[in-house]
Design a protein around this ligand. Structure first.
Ligand code: S0N
Length: 291
């Protein structure tokens, strides 16, 4: 017999989603990235399939602009990060623009701005889901790692190539990876720089689900729709708490900010502000000191 929990929460629409594409975000024209929204879901797509969706500084900057828009839009509850086509999610930093000191964009300044994007995704107070078809390697692999969830197509291939091309990520790319798949497996992944199939990734806990390529978007949207039924504040606090256990002061700052946001909604928080505005002593006596 079907339980009442299943009866109430079980069914999620499987209908195809109808994206509406945004071409300019915060007055920035998008050239390397596609941005779309529908049903409370924002989708950020790296759009450089000719280089397996490798990112250059401009790509990262535009992804960051879209992520900020998704964070600020109160109608958005979950973000999908993906790449155009079926060959690659992302092949990492564009090696053709890598110079001494970092990746060089039109402004000629070398930078590693993907590290800022990683932190932005980590602190975005809404779930971020990596939707991976094809290669997720190098810095592209790290982007799926820092996403909260990963749905992979059965053609997905995962790996770190850094030690083969003279780079490494000693931040989230190493430490968060070790938290996810364990120290031994993380060291294997980095020291040998092998590539792993979607099934191997699933077996080591690197991804949440593997589906046939043709079903990748439908399945990812289904996960999004399921998430969107749940309490946004509960999800926000859960993401903060899970990160805070690993992110030190930066993680606590996010969790602390969330607590402050909730406190601002309370009568007790408002009493302090109201008293200040009315030039009187605040009366906190009516607020219970619960165990
Ligand atoms: C992805 C691979 C395995 C796909 O192989 P496939 O399908 O055989 O295609 P290819 O013929 O190899 O590629 C098609 C075209 O795309 C170009 N291309 C692919 N990837 C890149 C790339 N990353 N940069 C520039 N071009 C790329 C190919 O050159 C080819 O072009 P044409 O047709 O003109 O020949 C395979 O392509 C592959 O192995 N790619 C390279 C993967 C790689 O090593 N990526 C870089 C790894 N490093 C990083 O990402 C580090 C970035 C980073 O996040 C970071 C973070 C923290 C601290 C430091 C860093 C840092 O930047 O160092």
């Amino acid at each position: 017999a079907i339980s009442s929990y299943e009866r109430i929460h079980g069914q999620v629409s499987q209908d195809p989603i109808d994206w509406s594409t945004v071409e300019t975000v915060a007055t920035k024209q998008l050239t390397d990235v596609l941005y779309a929204k529908a049903e409370g879901i924002a989708k950020v797509t790296i759009n450089r399939p000719e280089v397996r969706n490798a990112f250059r500084p401009e790509t990262v900057e535009q992804m960051s602009t879209c992520m900020a828009d998704a964070r600020d839009d109160p109608d958005i509850g979950v973000v999908i990060l993906t790449g155009t086509g079926t060959e690659a999610f992302c092949s990492g930093g564009d090696q053709s623009v890598r110079g001494p000191g970092g990746y060089v964009g039109a402004d000629t300044i070398p930078r590693l701005n993907v590290l800022d994007l990683q932190m932005q995704m980590r602190r975005l107070p809404k779930p971020v889901i990596a939707m991976v078809a094809g290669y997720a390697v190098g810095g592209g692999h790290i982007l799926h790692l820092v996403a909260d969830l990963t749905i992979a197509a059965d053609n997905a291939v995962f790996g770190q190539t850094g030690p083969k091309v003279g780079s490494f990520d000693a931040g989230y790319g190493s430490t968060a990876m070790a938290r996810i798949i364990g120290q031994k497996k993380a060291r294997e992944m980095w020291f040998l720089a092998r590539l792993y199939s979607a099934q191997q990734a699933l077996d080591m806990g690197l991804v949440n689900s593997v589906v046939p390529l043709a079903e990748l978007e439908n399945e990812t949207v289904k996960w999004c729709r399921e998430i969107l039924r749940n309490s946004p504040t509960a999800l926000r606090l859960l993401k903060s708490a899970l990160n805070a256990a690993e992110d030190g002061h930066a993680g606590l700052q996010q969790l602390g900010g969330d607590a402050t946001m909730l406190f601002y909604h309370s009568a007790e928080g408002n009493e302090g502000r109201q008293a200040y505005m009315e030039k009187r002593r605040p009366d906190f006596s009516k607020f219970k000191r619960l165990p």
